[in-house]
Write a protein that binds this ligand. Structure first.
Ligand code: 13P
Length: 249
């Protein structure tokens, strides 16, 4: 059976005190989840959050990582640096990185290769913008996104891969994709994975949904047969709403 995953992407929110307080609250309120739970604080607080959550079920996730190993790359953070503070998972290809920081398929492919080479677990984000959804081209977009990156590399460790479908029009807008839309595209992603990697191996890859997930819509979305969890933005910044979403799986 595929594992279930719920991750909170805190983006550029919460300083040191608030980051450690939030993870402590989550642990105190509920320390027995029926799925894998991750939180992704900002870089400077990964270590502290990791220390605070070390004896809990919560895993700590980085929001980004460099495609380079080391050297003169001002402002970058390497895989080895993350591993040195016991961070083993990272988000790659978030639409905010693609759109606001110019990360193109070539860069994302290099990041993926670097992560798999170094045994990192990857949450790889894909998803279409509103204009493409309106033209009914969402399947073509995600197909291209996968073909130009993930499907074009040989060293993918399928056991360390999670696909996050995040339609750009649903991120931070309060307008989530409805469960029919989510199921339809997750099913398509599953078929693409089956075709590329063979059914047996790829059936174990979780496909999670992100985009305005809230306690009042998560249950419906998580009930879809091809949805294995969620990547939560805004609603993960509060322990109560985040726990409600986790519990709805
Ligand atoms: P929101 O849940 O705030 O829409 O953000 C989703 C997201 O981008 C998670 O990575």
């Amino acid at each position: 059976m595929r594992r279930k995953v719920v991750a909170g992407n805190w983006k550029m929110n919460k300083g040191l005190k608030d980051s450690t307080a939030l993870v402590q609250e989550i642990i105190q309120k509920n320390n027995s989840f029926n799925c894998d739970v991750y939180v992704a604080p900002a870089f400077p607080f990964l270590n502290e959050v990791s220390v605070v959550s070390s004896s809990s079920q919560i895993k700590v996730l980085a929001q980004n990582v460099s495609s380079k190993s080391n050297g003169a790359f001002t402002g970058e953070v390497s895989v080895d640096m993350l591993k040195s503070i016991n961070i083993k998972s990272v988000i790659i290809g978030h639409s905010e990185r693609r759109m606001l920081f110019g990360e193109d398929d070539k860069t994302l492919k290099m990041k993926l290769e670097n992560c798999f080479k170094n045994d990192m677990e990857v949450f790889f984000c894909i998803g279409e913008k509103l204009d493409m959804r309106e033209k009914g081209m969402q399947n073509d977009v995600i197909e291209n996104q996968l073909e130009n990156t993930l499907f074009d590399i040989d060293n993918v460790n399928l056991e360390k891969l999670i696909i996050a479908y995040e339609p750009v029009w649903a991120i931070g807008t309060g307008v989530n994709a409805n469960s029919d839309q989510v199921q339809e595209i997750h099913c398509h992603i599953r078929k693409l994975l089956n075709f590329r990697y063979g059914k047996e191996s790829s059936d174990l890859i979780p496909i999670i949904y992100g985009g305005s997930l809230k306690p009042d819509n998560s249950r419906n979305i998580f009930n879809c047969s091809d949805v294995d969890g969620g990547l939560v933005g805004g609603a993960s910044l509060n322990s109560e709403t985040f726990i409600k979403i986790i519990d709805s799986i």
